[in-house]
Design a protein around this ligand. Structure first.
Ligand SMILES: CC(C)C[C@H](N)C(=O)N[C@H](CCOc1cc(O)cc2c1C(=O)N[C@@H]2C)C(=O)O
Ligand SMILES: [Mg+2]
Length: 334
């Protein structure tokens, strides 16, 4: 409960941590070999709450800027005891607020000996996550798809001039998997209708962010032959209204909403407006996925595979068995 600890003194720390990626993760905007995350730890009376965020260059965020933003809010949180509700006005939506918000959820759960899932009134169950295939040449993507053809849900990174070959290659290599295509803003007004026709022909389930954010108005005028999901075009609850006739689904990420508190509001409003919901993630560890795994309990798509791409994770980590993600242990978060 927010505000309960106002008279208590809290200490807040923000640190940068690096986790190596197993191999290379590539999309149309570039490649990564490691996940650089910011961890926020808030302590009160020897009890620690932790939250993790992943700053994203696409949204003008850097790790140094995010650490600075967290530290500048630290006075209000640590000395004055600002809680989660005040945090929503103290910091803007984005990665920095996510780390602090999730650390506060974790701290409050531990101080009150009440797990977050209980506060949310849910009984978390294992969920199926998407598994992401990097962008590559059609043959290489087909080989990766074949290797992962046992997985029920694949997310395929596209956004090139020749996505037709790639869509055909991955769908024939993994014929039993449901496939999400994430074009990462890489399609154009000229090629989107052709791409949608091919996507429907080969049985793609969902197309994520085909057109650039801010230049996606055409989506209201075309026949969306495959459901279209907003990612870069949607950050928080206030964005939803304008997207109503443009998108069929929205990808909610804690690093965009600025934490679980706003993400819960956004999910409720998205459902009320009739959107399908995906809960997504950045390239982060189990600590970043844990709150998202609770958020994803009742949505159409969970895309929480960050740790599956890492060569090293938190300890304890989330348990994944294939593409099944189990509820987070409280020693990890919540
Ligand atoms: C481990 C996957 C990337 C996580 C998820 N399935 C996913 O696809 N998320 C992306 C957003 C994260 O993408 C990032 C993060 C990053 O730090 C750097 C990059 C990207 C990316 O897509 N390209 C660059 C390399 C999503 O839903 O769009
Ligand atoms: Mg995306």
């Amino acid at each position: 409960m927010c505000g309960t600890f106002k008279s208590m003194r809290r200490n807040l720390e923000a640190t940068i941590e690096t986790f190596p990626i197993a191999g290379l993760f590539t999309i149309s905007r570039g490649s990564k070999t490691e996940a650089e995350v910011v961890t926020c730890v808030i302590e009160e009376n020897g009890v620690f709450g932790r939250g993790e965020c992943v700053p994203y260059k696409r949204y003008g965020e850097t790790v140094a800027g995010v650490v600075a933003d967290i530290r500048s809010a630290a006075g209000e949180i640590a000395r004055r005891g600002a809680g989660r509700e005040e945090l929503q006005t103290l910091m803007k939506p984005g990665a920095a607020r996510n780390a602090v918000d999730c650390a506060l959820w974790d701290l409050e759960a531990k101080l009150e000996a009440t797990p977050v899932f209980r506060t949310l009134g849910i009984t978390p169950e294992p969920i199926t996550t998407a598994f992401t295939l990097s962008l590559g040449e059609p043959g290489a993507m087909a080989a990766e798809a074949e290797k992962n053809a046992h997985r029920p849900l694949l997310k395929v990174k596209l956004g090139t001039a020749d996505d037709e070959s790639r869509m055909r290659a991955v769908t024939s290599a993994a014929p039993r998997s449901r496939i999400i295509v994430d074009a990462n803003e890489g399609w154009t007004e000229e090629n989107i209708e052709d791409h949608l026709r091919i996507a429907r022909e080969v049985g793609i389930a969902l197309i994520e962010q085909p057109l650039p954010a801010g230049r996606d108005g055409m989506l209201t005028r075309i026949d969306r032959l495959v459901p279209v999901c907003a990612d870069e075009s949607v950050h928080a609850t206030d964005d939803l209204g304008a997207l109503r006739n443009r998108y069929d689904a929205v990808n909610i990420k804690l690093d965009k909403t600025g934490g679980l508190t706003e993400a819960l509001r956004m999910k409720a409003e998205a459902k009320r407006l009739g959107f399908q919901v995906m809960v997504g993630c950045m390239v982060g560890t189990s600590l970043a996925m844990a709150p998202a795994a609770l958020l994803a309990q009742d949505v159409e798509y969970a895309d929480l595979d960050g740790p599956l791409l890492l060569a090293r994770d938190r300890e304890p980590a989330l348990r994944y068995e294939g593409s099944t993600l189990f509820p987070p242990p409280s020693e990890l978060w919540g």
